[in-house]
Design a protein around this ligand. Sequence first.
Ligand SMILES: Cc1cc2nc3c(=O)[nH]c(=O)nc-3n(C[C@H](O)[C@H](O)[C@H](O)COP(=O)(O)O)c2cc1C
Length: 170
Amino acid sequence: MATIGLFYGSTTGKTADAAEQIQAALGGEAVVALHDIADGDEDQMAEYDCLIIGCPTWDIGELQSDWDGAFPELDDMDFSGKTVAYFGTGDQVGYADNFMDAIGILEEKITALGGKTVGYWPADDYDFNESRALRHGKFCGLALDEDNESDKTAKRIQAWTAQLKQELGL
Ligand SMILES: Cc1cc2nc3c(=O)[nH]c(=O)nc-3n(C[C@H](O)[C@H](O)[C@H](O)COP(=O)(O)O)c2cc1C
């Protein structure tokens, strides 16, 4: 079975926690290898057929700082043939006009470089104004809000990873 590479960035630890929960839900270390993008591991994305990209939105609609540093490197990479799922953490109350923008920015770039997105997620269960992560009314990946709805995180991860297992044929 193909191993999945999960690449995440996290400034205050919330996206890192979610990454570990997603790894566990998909079957642990044997199935999903975790990479903190702060370690400069982005080159290793080439080794996986399936990628999971995790990024919180910071600074009003911007990428988390480690992803910001890695972002220009993506242009030199080929994502064709790769299946890519996205998740992020954000604050739909405090940043309602920019909720989850970061995964939208990454998904747009990686799709332009050949990646095939899986793991679209309904936006109905959230209350926000605008997001760059919306595609035909759905988020381009899992949206988590630890600032306002941490009680929903476990269930959301459970449902999304079940969906991913189907989409990835795990
Ligand atoms: C200064 C600041 C700016 C933020 N900007 C946004 C934003 O534009 N959109 C959003 O959805 N969340 C925003 N957030 C909320 C963070 O994305 C959220 O707390 C996230 O879970 C942090 O993830 P991390 O702990 O993995 O770094 C912001 C938070 C702070 C403190």
